[in-house]
Design a protein around this ligand. Structure first.
Ligand SMILES: Nc1nc2c(ncn2[C@@H]2O[C@H](COP(=O)(O)OP(=O)(O)OP(=O)(O)O)[C@@H](O)[C@H]2O)c(=O)[nH]1
Ligand SMILES: [Mg+2]
Length: 219
């Protein structure tokens, strides 16, 4: 097992995670502007990260629904904040990606504004997940996002994605380098997750982590 990966969950917690994400999950809101969000309701988890890292794919893997969130080979697929409700227990928020020049500067800037405003100002946001392509590691734009989250005191965790594309022998160094970058960040969760939306690796652990967060809040 790779040190620093959050892999050590009790069977009950893994089961709670499985159950949490096995229930019905439905799209309920799309927001193009930070002043047009749905009313505060269930706790939320949000998925941020560069374009094409696999945010929408991870939501599909977590919920076991292959076509819930729209995915694409072309960066810039998700263009609004997309809200999904997991029963009445949890909302999942899919976000537009950042960091791809091809999207166009004006559009990209407005998405960054939308994501930033949401992340900074949403009282029901329980945890942000910052997704990082496991083939590439942390980029400057991820550091910018983490700095904004640290400043706003929004707790976040890093999820390395596309684990199926990263050789097993290269994984420990990637995890270690990512942990090192998190060490001095006050709002960062001190372990990382490493998932594949294609093989499902790391997905039960991430579900368990979210179930544990809800349980901590008595929800
Ligand atoms: N090999 C591999 N490819 C993946 C994985 N997750 C996503 N992808 C691929 O990466 C591409 C982008 O996936 P999306 O889920 O649309 O990425 P996104 O982060 O939502 O992208 P934007 O909405 O454009 O910001 C697609 O071609 C996916 O099939 C994974 O775990 N492994
Ligand atoms: Mg997307």
């Amino acid at each position: 097992m790779t040190a620093g990966l959050d892999a050590d969950f009790a069977p009950e917690t893994l089961e709670a995670g499985r159950k949490l994400f096995a229930g019905p999950c439905d799209f309920f809101f799309a927001a193009a502007k930070a002043d047009g969000l749905p009313p505060i309701g269930a706790p939320e988890i949000a998925f941020a990260g560069r374009s094409n890292v696999g945010k929408s794919s991870l939501i599909n893997a977590l919920t076991g629904r292959l076509t819930l969130a729209r995915t694409s080979h072309t960066p810039g697929r998700t263009q609004e904040l997309i809200f999904f409700a997991l029963g009445d227990r949890l909302n999942l928020v899919d976000m537009p990606g950042y960091g791809y020049a091809a999207v166009g500067k004006a559009k990209s800037a407005s998405w960054v504004g939308l994501v930033r405003d949401y992340l900074r100002g949403r009282p029901s946001l329980m945890r942000a997940f910052v997704l990082v392509d496991g083939r590439r590691g942390l980029k400057d734009s991820d550091e910018t996002t983490m700095t904004a989250l640290d400043k706003a005191a929004v707790s976040y965790a890093i999820v390395l994605t596309k684990r199926d594309e990263v050789k097993a022998a290269d994984q420990p160094a990637l995890v270690a380098a990512t942990l090192e970058a998190l060490r001095k960040r006050p709002a960062a969760y001190p372990n990382v997750f490493f998932t594949s939306a294609h093989t499902g690796e790391g997905v039960p652990e991430l579900r368990a982590h979210v179930a544990a967060l809800l349980a901590e809040r008595g929800m």
